[in-house]
Structures are given as structure tokens and as C-alpha cells.
Design a protein around this ligand. Structure first.
Ligand code: ATP
Length: 319
């Protein structure tokens, strides 16, 4: 759906975005993650055509932004970091104005405004001047203007920035709903945001793409967690299974003994789990817990975002 090829942008001599390439399929919610100043907003502005790239091309459904900017703009919705809402306008007037800018006319315009007002739950604020709205409601107005005209690609820069926990939950539910009909890229520097919403993450560090991976793949590890009534000395048979490379005892406050079973790379964890479970039940022992150990994404993201771990090192560690 979206293809970004070798995108670069300088501000004077400073390289803010350096040869970034990625593609995003229809229906994905992808998180663009990075520290302040990593280059996220600059990438988003170039995808929307708001900022010209020094190098590289953006394609939407195989059409380049350069060749047909108007066609592509009609398919894009953008929520900028600083909301483009005019404080003196009412919500209704502002949405009417944006609908005009997007070329919506007559009945289609009316129906579309009705749809986005319902989707963003703004119906009882239509006559309120934007200046009088809370940060959360202003953010909703920003999302409403972004989704006017059913864009195929929605670009949201820090959509939950400044929202309280309840408003954040509401905004996440809204984004999930929108993603049923559109591809969404959202920028954030909060890892929990990505975990709550996205199936894939792109991490930018110093203007370069440091990681592009599915969250499910990143979470996988080579370890199984086991809690059982058996002592370590009773698990010798498990340690000898062909796919097991070691067993470590874990400190814990569970009802039984806790272990971390290290599996060989590329092992079949479901099959191995079945063998372990079978062994424990054959000993008439208690099996309290047996599950894959998930990697701590927060630590992993910190390492990549700060440049202490490379994309390849993350892939190797996740393998
Ligand atoms: N108009 C500009 N002129 C000069 N430098 C700029 C300009 N806009 C951004 N930069 C610089 O480019 C780099 C990338 O900025 P950008 O806003 O894209 O980062 P970001 O990842 O979105 O950061 P944040 O999370 O703080 O919004 C930063 O070092 C920033 O200071």
C-alpha cells in the first residue's frame, strides 16, 4: 500500500532523515518509534508531501507522490503533532472547512461530516468553539479532520500526546476502529503505545531506520518457563531432551519450583512443551505453569533507540 524508498532530508547541513526505506501493507497499524529528535515527524511530513524530500520517493498503491500529488493527497489523512485547529472556529465550522479543502461536496460532504463526528464522538461539541475544548477533545477534532473523506492511509503524529489515561484509552479504541478500513502509521516515543496498538514497529535512531520488525517476532525467545513440584534433580530427563540446551532455577514466590528451560535455536517450542508436560504428568507431579518466555520489549526498544544494539543484533537475539 505504502512504499517509502531511500528517503532523506537535510535541514541546512544537518541530516535529519538518512536513506530510510520501508513498505506497509493494507490494514496494518505500524508504530514509528524513536527518541525526541530521531526524525519521526520529518519522515511523516515527507510521506504526506508537507515537506519535500532531498532524496527518495514515496509510493501509495504504486503511484509516486511526485507524479500525482493530488491523487495521493486525496487518499491521505494526517494528524500533525501540533494540531492545525483554529481556536476561534466551532467544531462544525472547522470540519465543514476541512471537508471543502478535501473536495467533498453537497450531500456527500454532509454524510461524511456526520460519519466522522459519530466516529470521534463529538456530536455534543459541534457548536463549541475549539478554544474551549479540552486537550483530549481537540485531539479528537484533529482525528476527525484526518479521517474525513475515508483516507486509505492515516498518518498520526503522537496521537495520544498530552492525553490523560482515560482519554488515551478512548483514542486507542478509536484508532483500532479506524484501522479496520485504513492503513495506519503512528509516531510515538512511548513503547506501551506501540504494544497496545501496533503489529509492527519501525524504530528510527539518528535519522536512520534502526529496526523494522513484527512485534510477535521480537517477543519470541529461546526459553520456556516451567513451574512444577519437581526438584531440579528430578528433571534430568528433561535436560536430556534433544531440543533442550539447559535448565536454570529461578527465584520466585510461586507454589512450586520455577525453572527457565533454554531451547536450541529454531527448536519446535510447542512440541518440546508437549514433551515436558508429558514427562511431568508421567511422574505424577504437579505442573503449575509451562509457557514461552516473552522478551521484554521495553529493554529491547531502549537498546535500539539509543543505538546500543543494532538491527542485526536484535534479529540474532530474537532468532
Ligand atoms: N525546521 C527545522 N529546521 C532545522 N532542524 C529541524 C527542523 N525540524 C526538525 N529539525 C531537526 O531534525 C531532527 C529530527 O526532527 P523531528 O521533528 O523529525 O524528530 P522527531 O523524532 O519527530 O522528534 P519529537 O519526538 O521530539 O517530535 C531534530 O534534530 C530536529 O531538531
Amino acid at each position: 500500500m505504502l512504499e517509502v524508498k531511500h528517503l532523506s532530508r537535510k535541514y541546512g547541513h544537518f541530516v535529519a532523515v538518512d536513506d530510510v526505506s520501508f513498505s506497509i501493507n493494507k490494514g496494518e497499524i505500524v508504530g514509528l518509534l524513536g527518541h525526541n529528535g530521531a526524525g519521526k515527524t520529518t519522515i511523516m511530513k515527507m510521506i504526506t508531501g508537507y515537506l519535500e524530500a532531498n532524496n527518495g520517493t514515496v509510493f501509495v498503491d504504486h503511484i509516486s507522490l511526485e507524479s500525482q500529488p493530488k491523487t495521493i493527497h486525496r487518499q491521505l489523512g494526517y494528524l500533525p503533532e501540533s494540531l492545525p485547529v483554529y481556536p476561534e472556529m466551532t467544531v462544525a465550522d472547522y470540519l465543514d472547512y476541512v471537508a471543502d479543502l478535501k473536495g467533498l461536496k453537497l450531500n456527500a460532504k454532509k454524510l461524511e461530516i456526520k460519519r466522522v463526528v459519530k466516529a470521534t464522538d463529538l456530536s455534543n461539541k459541534l457548536l463549541a468553539p475549539i478554544a474551549t475544548l479540552s486537550r483530549g477533545l481537540k485531539q479528537r477534532v484533529g482525528v476527525a479532520q484526518a479521517i474525513l473523506g475515508h483516507p486509505k492511509l492515516l498518518i498520526l503524529d503522537e496521537p495520544t500526546n498530552g492525553l490523560d489515561p482515560e482519554q488515551t484509552q478512548q483514542m486507542r479504541a478509536l484508532i483500532r476502529n479506524i484501522a479496520k478500513d485504513a492503513t495506519v502509521i503512528l509516531s510515538t516515543h512511548i513503547m506501551q503505545e506501540v504494544e497496545a496498538l501496533c503489529s509492527r514497529v519501525l524504530i528510527v535512531h539518528g535519522g536512520k531506520l534502526a529496526l523494522d520488525a513484527e512485534l510477535g517476532t521480537l517477543r519470541q525467545s529461546n526459553y520456556l518457563l516451567l513451574e512444577t513440584s519437581l526438584a531440579l534433580s528430578d528433571l534430568e530427563q528433561v535436560s536430556k531432551l534433544p531440543q533442550v540446551s539447559g535448565i536454570e532455577t529461578l527465584e520466585g514466590c510461586g507454589v512450586g519450583h520455577r525453572y527457565r528451560i533454554e531451547c536450541l535455536p529454531d527448536s519446535d517450542q510447542p512440541a518440546l512443551s508437549a514433551q515436558v508436560a508429558q514427562f511431568i504428568t508421567s511422574q505424577n507431579a504437579q505442573l503449575y505453569l509451562l509457557q514461552p518466555e516473552l522478551r521484554d520489549l521495553e529493554t529491547l526498544f531502549k537498546q535500539v533507540s539509543s543505538g546500543t544494539m543494532t538491527y542485526q543484533e536484535v534479529c540474532d537475539a530474537a532468532a
